[in-house]
Design a protein around this ligand. Structure first.
Ligand SMILES: [Zn+2]
Length: 676
């Protein structure tokens, strides 16, 4: 795989090393502590550190007066110890002096309150003063540290994802709308502002959708426009620094770390400005391994299958969950290999040393408050660090090969959840996961695609709730089916155009012909209420939404069993061109989706790489033509994998494996085929 940024004089490091390390805050420690940390990092096998994410004031205590001596010393020490580093710009938390001198750098929240100095990410994304100071800081850092031998790349700010509703943002939003729609008449028409008399006579009258005017909940089209505008504002903010860093060091990657809260920003747009995707993996306690796997797959999809960096995970408990469970023995390793198996080239952590106080003082760390390496977590991290040393040449930059894709669309996500109705239970990402999970359970690799992605290499495409449908996307999907592809859509597909105007030609709009049906009306079921799906083979339950559909050529495969629409079709297939288009008019229980995916995968001759028993995840990466499989046993009762097809080498233990291999809970194998 070509990764342009790997052309620097230190390219072998990024090209062949699984990055292992994470956020370090040397600005919080004295020299003696930092020196102890260096020894502990060496012992744990750390190879990279990210800093100084929150040290703006220490770097610029007074406007325009920069203090780099302390950072020079730390970088010397880090390089003396042969560590690499991602140098962070401190832009996520501006200094207190800036707040006092320029109160306008602070954001106004959705309730209309101007924030004051305090927590991080309280800045206005469109503040000229904020951007000016952030750019000057980036220039200083690039000029001073751009040639350091340990520098592996630039980490801009931290976990973007906040919105601002201030006067500056209002003016810029008006300009953004003018640029998008051209005239106020076009804006009124496209956003249907006649509804509830929101009609504007000039762009000067534009307001932001906040709790002051309730447009954040009562005007879904304006809210959608604001979500797009906030994404563009965040992109500008990132590029304000990134262009300076890139100019100074064109050979090094410049990126930010995406938050695990994926919704606020359209990451498919943000990804365009990143040299590499970085993200922070903090699974909720109780969220299934399939959900974490899906998020890794989403990250891999952001740059069309390119590998990515996991920039943060917790080495142990978090502090911000309601109840912060310890990571169980082996869990850190299990999560690390799950990311690596699904496209990550790193396993990085927040934080290296536990902070002595502050809101995250109880957040886990490689080095806990005890300062000791004689801890369970340190030993587990050290084992992982030792294992990862040997893996780089097999997996860094490796690809994943998939014939199955899911189209995920941030704008449909926003528009659906902005809508009042049809059901307040609507959770777009949970719905996407519902349709991803049956493929995950069968260890079938899935690529996450954008509405504009090339579909030609895929045999099966899923469209969970693709609510907004642009004509070019509909056309691409139609060609896909005509050419022999299998398309599976659900309720809430094809309802609206790009401005959230519902179609007047009946849903699923531009795909009506492809699916051979139209949706007459949709019933929202109450929490806990069920209906049933009757197919030729058996009966399944369903819930959430029930479309009443009218067939125009589609063949019914399942029928409702209850309510006034009992006997009407709820699951159909339409033979279109050389392909098939399935429509799910309701949300089925998992066994239905397991049966359906089994049938469709079999029809398309797509098989998992190995057969397994129990909850065993298998993922595959390919580098220079060599396949590497990651096998992870998530099953608390253990499981097994059938390795009878060949002799395999486990790269972690060095053992040769063949036949049925038993796996204990949290066991991990990293396999390659033995040659000869
Ligand atoms: Zn603002």
């Amino acid at each position: 795989m070509t990764q342009l940024y790997l052309m620097n004089n230190d390219s072998l490091f990024l090209k062949n090393t699984v990055l292992f390390g994470g956020d370090y805050n040397p600005d919080q420690w004295d020299r003696e502590t930092i020196q102890k940390d260096m020894a502990l990092f060496r012992e744990a096998g750390i190879n990279i550190l990210t800093f100084p994410v929150f040290a703006w004031t220490k770097l610029e205590p007074v406007e325009g007066r920069y203090c780099f001596a302390w950072l020079d010393e730390i970088i010397d020490l880090i390089e003396d110890n042969d560590f690499h580093f991602f140098l962070a710009t401190p832009a996520a938390a501006p200094p207190a002096w800036m707040s006092l001198q320029y109160p306008e750098v602070h954001l106004v929240d959705v309730q209309g309150r101007r924030k004051v100095h305090g927590s991080r990410t309280l800045f206005c994304l469109n503040s000229e003063k904020y951007r000016e100071r952030a750019a000057l800081m980036a220039e200083q850092l690039a000029g001073r540290y751009g040639k350091r031998k340990g520098l592996a790349g630039w980490h801009v700010a931290n976990e973007y994802g906040h919105y601002c509703y201030c006067g500056t943002c209002r003016t810029k939003f008006a300009g953004w709308l003018k640029n998008r729609y051209g005239s106020i008449d076009a804006l009124n028409r496209r956003l249907n502002t006649a509804f509830w008399n929101r009609t504007y006579t000039s762009f000067d009258e534009i307001m932001v959708p906040s709790e002051l005017n309730d447009d954040n909940v009562c005007d879904p089209a304006v809210m959608l426009a604001y979500q797009r505008f906030m994404t563009d504002s965040t992109l500008e903010c990132f590029q304000n620094e990134a262009r300076i860093l890139k100019k100074a060091t064109p050979e090094l990657p410049v990126f930010t770390n995406f938050s695990s809260n994926l919704k606020p920003l359209d990451l498919s747009r943000m990804a365009e400005a990143m040299d590499v995707i970085g993200w922070d993996n903090y699974p909720d306690p109780g969220s299934p391994p399939s959900f974490t796997a899906m998020t890794h797959d989403i990250m891999r999809g952001l740059k069309d299958g390119r590998s990515f960096y996991v920039m943060e995970q917790s080495p142990n408990q978090q502090n911000w969950q309601p109840y912060n469970k310890l990571k169980r023995p082996g869990e850190v390793r299990e999560l690390a290999y799950q990311g690596l198996g699904r496209g990550a080239d790193s396993s990085m952590y927040f934080q290296m040393r536990q902070s002595v106080s502050g809101v995250e003082k109880f957040h886990g760390a490689l080095i806990s408050h005890s300062g000791s390496s004689d801890t369970r977590i340190f030993r587990e991290m050290k084992q992982l660090g030792g294992e990862l040393k040997n893996l780089g040449k097999y997996i860094v930059g490796a690809e994943t090969c998939s014939e199955t894709g899911i189209i995920m669309d941030w704008e449909s996500w926003w528009a659906l959840e902005n809508s009042s109705g049809p059901s307040e239970s609507l959770d777009y990402l949970a719905e996407v996961h519902k349709y991803y999970a049956p493929l995950y359970r069968r260890n079938i690799p899935v690529d996450f695609l954008k509405p504009g992605s090339d579909l030609s290499k895929y045999k099966i495409i899923l469209l969970p709730l693709l609510y907004m449908l642009a004509p070019e996307t509909a056309e691409r999907l139609e060609r896909f089916v005509e050419n022999g592809g299998t398309l599976i859509a659900t309720y809430l597909t094809g309802y609206a155009d790009e401005d959230d105007r519902c179609v007047y030609e009946a849903y699923p709009g531009l795909l009506r012909k492809v699916f051979g049906l139209w949706v007459e009306e949709t019933d929202a079921l109450l929490p806990g209420e069920k209906n049933t799906i009757h197919t030729a083979k058996r009966e399944y339950s369903c819930d959430f939404l029930c479309d009443r559909i009218r067939l125009e050529g589609a063949e019914p495969l399942g029928f409702y069993g209850e309510d006034f629409y009992a006997g009407e079709p709820c699951f159909t297939v339409n033979h279109y061109g050389r392909g098939k288009a399935y429509y799910l008019a309701t949300r089925p229980e998992d066994p239905f989706l397991d049966d359906l995916s089994g049938q469709i995968l079999s029809e398309n001759k797509i098989r998992p790489p190995f057969s397994t028993e129990g909850e065993v995840e298998v993922s595959e990466r390919i580098r220079n033509g060599e396949q590497i499989w990651f096998v992870i046993c998530h099953d608390r009762d253990g499981g097994s994998i059938d390795l009878s097809a060949a002799v395999y080498e486990d790269l972690l233990s060095g053992k040769k494996l063949q036949g049925t291999i038993r796996l204990a809970a949290r066991d991990v194998l990293v396999l390659r085929t033995c040659i000869g």
